[in-house]
Design a binder for this molecule. Structure first.
Ligand code: IMP
Length: 420
């Protein structure tokens, strides 16, 4: 039974939500394995826009079910909000979702800590302020709260007391959230989730289920924001690559395919290196045409040309076996398209960054290609072939608009061109 993972090949916001949604009908389970409410996966269904921060991107009318894995940090408030939106349009839909009891929770004090730490940083990361870094920090330093604590109030109260003691000695009165606030918040959201009839399960219980059926693993953010191999410290705090599936008990060797989603150009939100970044009118035009504003924070995204060294890096780091290109239509009508083919790194020409260090010092070297009128223009096909040759991975699918159905295989694109 097919196992496939879809990950972002750039700095996130590549359109993974829409791509996962496109494939979701073909899979029994859609599993999110990392990140939290920092992600914003947008899907359109029957003319309505749904932005999921927590939920896997399943099609509202499909038979597939969604699983929120232990590698995520769960924002229960956001989860309740999203489920309520879905319930009002598709009653009973919450029961299609299962959450791993081992997952850690983002608590109200994590959001406060995110604000405090960001405001004290000499070079702020530009986080989404969703408490992601502090929640993962607590997980690693063993001061986290797992979902299953909610079902043992005595254990939960003891843990909160111990953790609060450490936090208040660290932050003093800068931290306004008390342990009682957190307890109350958790009980309230737990009751709301119970009313919504969401399911709880562990990856241990789900292991055999997943192995015997088709599963699509939905990544969050993008390879260049990965905690280990992204442009550290300007990264998120979790794994953004296919190997994140280990948090659901899988190995990358069990994946039949790993699709990397890339935009026809590059964007990034927040601070950090961005070798192909452009400014001024050209950037503004692409930002407006591509509606490049964060789905989670509404911040304008930084914009740049396609970066092949970064994509080669993503391919190797995340073992990409195929590519899906999105937002190709945004570049329609440009005379020339610039593409970065190599980096100059401290005087050396490189086709692939050796480590994340290279992104900080890279000087981009560009090639210039002819633009296209629309995605049925032969120059667009040439652009795709050029990228494929340069990266060494096929572009199997093309997305040319925000709606789920605005996507086709490359073979269909070629057929359409031939029939024109
Ligand atoms: P955090 O994940 O909120 O801690 O933010 C760390 C960095 O990752 C910031 O630069 C964010 O803008 C970026 N980031 C986090 N989630 C996303 C996402 O879903 N898309 C794009 N950038 C993201």
């Amino acid at each position: 039974m097919k196992k496939m993972s879809i990950v972002g090949a750039q700095w996130g916001d590549e359109g993974k939500g829409k791509v996962v949604n496109y494939f979701s009908d073909r899979f029994e389970w859609i599993v999110r394995f990392s990140g939290g409410a920092n992600a914003g996966h947008t899907i359109y269904y029957k003319g309505k826009k749904y932005v999921n921060h927590m939920l896997p991107s399943i099609m509202p009318n499909s038979k597939s079910k969604g699983f929120l894995g232990a590698g995520m940090v769960l924002d229960l408030e956001k989860l309740v909000e999203e489920l309520n939106v879905l319930e009002s349009d598709f009653p009973g839909m919450s029961s299609k979702f299962y959450i791993d009891l081992e997952a850690f929770l983002v608590l109200p004090w994590h959001k406060e800590e995110d604000e405090i730490i960001e405001s004290m940083r000499k070079k702020p990361i530009g986080t989404t302020k969703r408490g992601i870094g502090p929640a993962y920090t607590d997980k690693v330093s063993r001061e986290g709260i797992k979902l299953y604590y909610l079902f043992d109030e005595k254990m939960l109260k003891e843990r909160l007391k111990d953790i609060y003691y450490l936090k208040s000695s660290q932050y003093g009165n800068k931290l306004t959230t008390s342990k009682e606030d957190v307890f109350e918040y958790l009980m309230k959201t737990k009751n709301e989730l119970e009313k919504l009839k969401i399911n709880y399960a562990s990856a241990v219980e789900m292991g055999n289920v997943f192995r015997s059926t088709s599963v699509l693993f939905e990544g969050a953010q993008g390879v260049l924001l990965d905690l280990d191999f992204g442009t550290y410290p300007f990264v998120t705090s979790s794994s953004c690559m296919a190997h994140g599936v280990s948090s659901v008990g899988f190995s990358t060797f069990e994946l039949d395919e790993v699709y990397g989603v890339l935009k026809a150009y590059t964007t990034r939100v927040g601070s950090g290196p961005f070798p192909t970044e452009i400014f001024g009118e050209e950037a503004d035009k692409i930002r407006e045409l591509g509606k490049e504003y964060g789905a989670t924070t509404g911040r304008p995204r930084r914009v740049g040309w396609l970066d092949l060294p970064a994509l080669r890096y993503a391919k190797i780091r995340s073992g990409l076996t195929g590519l899906v290109i999105t937002k190709a239509d945004v570049l329609n009508g440009l005379d020339k398209i610039k593409v970065c083919t190599h980096y100059e790194v401290n005087g050396k020409i490189k086709d692939t960054p050796s480590s994340s260090y290279d992104f900080f010092v890279a000087k981009p070297i560009y090639d210039e290609l002819k633009g296209w009128k629309d995605t049925n223009d032969i120059n667009f096909l040439k652009y795709l072939s050029y990228i494929e040759e340069q990266i060494g991975v096929d572009i199997d699918y093309i997305s040319y608009g925000p709606k789920t159905e605005e996507m086709c295989s490359k073979n269909n694109l070629i057929l359409n061109m031939e029939n024109k």
